[in-house]
Design a protein around this ligand. Structure first.
Ligand code: ADP
Ligand code: SF4
Ligand code: SF4
Length: 596
């Protein structure tokens, strides 16, 4: 007979510290008190092992553990059969995506929900054990058998026979220079197996980068080189892990074009992406991953990209009958704010800053108390210089800044060479660390307590980003400047970051200037916006802060891109170039539709 497991227990090994607690979980477990082996001590690790057969699910161990190391999870019925489990009390994956040749499939889900596990299985690095972690399989026979009759059967058969080649674009492209040395041109020539060098160089705007060395590239340049190198190689299955971090809006859409060209030639493409407008433009279909990060992950059925993203936004998957978030994400269409509304926190005349090599001009403007102003435009166009002028760190060549404000700044690239733990880092860099406000308004929502003991050097991109946001918000400032706070955060973390920033700005009677390239995030968070244009590295111009509709119109007009709103969720969606909507909106001069 089959045991249907509806409950699993997860032990977070990083958190569990038996030396400090004297095994409270074991001492209080009612099963153990009845002399059963409900929880035993693992001889190797000295950490508890919970028997899921014997556990009654009373939750006493969870409550008693001083380090919140144990989670008892009731699985939803829709989870289905397990595909892989790493070990006792460890993460379990349910389901796999359905691959299809000639299409781009998107994966949408939180960090820690199983996306890399899926990738490891599909690329042949991990043979799934169907939950039976005590008998890890040595070959693919059981897997091929399990998927009999589905498209995955052929896939795994070919994979096991070495007939499938996978090509991967990794998430953390800033690590690339450590493994790949030398000139970009040589690297790309070496992998130009599909003879597409000219096409990708042009579309990804790599002409000026070809003669540079890998170690001298910025993050955004490395990202584009990594996408190019992936697309150039010959394979059957291509996998892109977050291809858009550090790219500006037009570079994101160029990346979409280049990645889609693989599908158009019949390849299977799988993409993880948290920028919803990009995911939308990139994918034919998506699978949503839900569950509990670090606990279990379930792959939803395949959904068309529009309905799938809408379901994610609404927080409810109707086919599966699963709620993934308590409330929908709401996009409010704000009426233009009157220009003279609010008290100015900072005001400035027309400004001009001449560095010799680079020149920035800005139209006179104001930043109000309690508002969030987003700034868009490409990289290297003077956004940081502008903030330095507001802060009085740099003096303008011409013009005046009325009252200099104090600024707290989170840069785009976060350096992780700090020696020490996250709590050491906060102790040294976050002035309000230890206060009640920091704990409840910053640390808890950004889930920093999960990583306090970890070395900063070992953090993932998303963890590092949350740490940097927290440290910035802990400072007492008048303007909080964030450069690309969404990089490496999943959709849920982006929303949380938006809320945390909003709350701190309002409680401090401050303002925030946010540079970002995720249009859906910008739409969600902006009170007003300003546009930077010009030539990266040469000159830049900053418009005055204005309402989102005007700013978007100017910005998108320059890029020749139009966005409409989804009828159901009101989220922004990019129009295909020269589609009916695209031409219609351009005729009306409405590059960013407020209604539909
Ligand atoms: P962004 O923040 O939009 O990426 P920045 O304002 O940092 O852009 O930089 C815009 C340009 O100004 C870059 O080309 C940079 O090299 C140049 N720049 C920035 N600071 C200085 C400086 N102190 N001296 C000379 N050039 C600078
Ligand atoms: Fe102690 Fe908690 Fe680990 Fe149990 S799970 S040994 S209570 S730290
Ligand atoms: Fe024991 Fe299970 Fe209750 Fe934990 S939840 S105390 S393991 S019976």
């Amino acid at each position: 007979y089959v045991i249907i497991m509806t409950r699993i227990s997860i032990l977070d090994k990083d958190r569990c510290q038996p030396k400090k607690c004297d095994y409270l979980c074991i001492n209080y477990c009612p099963g153990v008190r009845m002399d059963e082996d409900t929880i035993v001590i693992d001889e190797d690790t000295k950490k508890p092992l919970i028997s899921e057969e014997l556990c009654e699910g009373c939750g006493i161990c969870t409550n008693r553990c001083p380090f919140d190391a144990i989670t008892i999870i009731n699985l939803p019925e829709a989870a289905g059969e397990p595909i892989h489990r790493f070990g006792q009390n460890q993460f379990e994956l349910f389901g796999l995506p359905t691959l299809e040749e000639g299409t781009v499939l998107g994966l949408l889900g939180q960090n820690g929900i199983g996306k890399s596990t899926i990738m490891n299985i599909l690329s042949g690095n991990l043979i799934p054990n169907f939950g039976d972690f005590e008998n890890n399989p040595e070959n693919w026979d059981a897997v091929i058998d399990f998927y009999k009759g589905s498209s995955l059967q052929k896939y795994f058969k070919d994979l096991s026979e070495g007939k499938i080649k996978t090509v991967l674009k990794p998430q953390m492209v800033d690590q690339l220079p450590k493994v790949v040395k030398g000139k970009v041109k040589d690297l790309l020539n070496n992998v130009n197996e599909r003879d597409k060098l000219e096409f990708v160089t042009k579309e990804l705007q790599l002409e000026n980068v070809l003669d540079r060395k890998m170690e001298n590239l910025s993050g955004g340049e490395l990202q584009r080189v990594a996408i190019a190198a992936t697309v150039l190689r010959e394979g059957d299955f291509y996998y892109f892990d977050e291809p858009t971090s550090w790219l500006d809006v037009s570079q994101r859409l160029n990346a979409v074009k280049v990645i889609r060209s693989l599908a158009e030639e019949g390849k299977s493409v799988l993409v993880i992406e948290h920028d919803l407008a990009t995911l939308d433009a990139l994918s034919d279909n998506i699978h949503i991953l839900y569950g509990q990060p670090g606990g279990y992950g379930v792959v939803s059925g395949r959904k068309g990209v529009r309905l799938g993203i809408n379901a994610y936004i609404n927080g409810f998957l109707s086919e599966e009958n699963v709620r993934i978030r308590r409330n929908p994400i709401e996009f409010t269409i704000r009426p233009p704010t009157p220009e003279d509304e609010g008290d100015a926190l900072s005001s400035y005349s027309d400004l001009n800053k001449d560095y010799g090599g680079f020149k920035l001009t800005a139209d006179a403007g104001e930043i109000f108390y309690d508002e969030i102003v987003t700034a868009f435009g490409s990289n290297g166009i003077g956004k940081t210089t502008f903030a330095k002028l507001l802060a009085g760190v740099e003096e303008p060549t011409d013009g005046e800044v009325d009252s200099e404000v104090t600024i707290a700044y989170k840069p785009q690239y976060i350096v992780s060479n700090f020696e020490g733990s996250v709590s050491d880092f906060l102790y040294m860099n976050a002035p309000s660390f230890g206060s009640k406000i920091f704990e409840s308004e910053i640390m808890k929502p950004l889930s920093l307590d999960d990583m306090l003991d970890k070395p900063v050097k070992g953090l993932s991109g998303g963890e590092l980003q949350r740490l940097a946001i927290a440290a910035t918000l802990s400072k007492d400032a008048e303007i909080y400047l964030f450069d690309e706070p969404t990089a490496f955060l999943d959709v849920e973390q982006r929303l949380i970051a938006a809320r945390v920033i909003r709350k701190m700005v309002e409680s401090r009677n401050a303002a925030s200037l946010i540079v970002d390239h995720d249009i859906v995030f910008i739409d969600y968070i902006s009170d007003r916006a300003m546009v930077f244009n010009g030539t990266p590295g040469l000159n830049g111009h900053a418009s005055k802060p204005t309402d989102l509709r005007n700013a978007m119109n100017e910005f998108l007009g320059n890029l020749n891109i139009t966005f409409r709103r989804d009828k159901e969720t009101k989220r922004p969606r990019v129009n295909k170039l020269d589609s009916y909507k695209d031409r219609e909106q351009k005729e009306k001069g409405e590059y960013y539709y407020l209604s539909d």
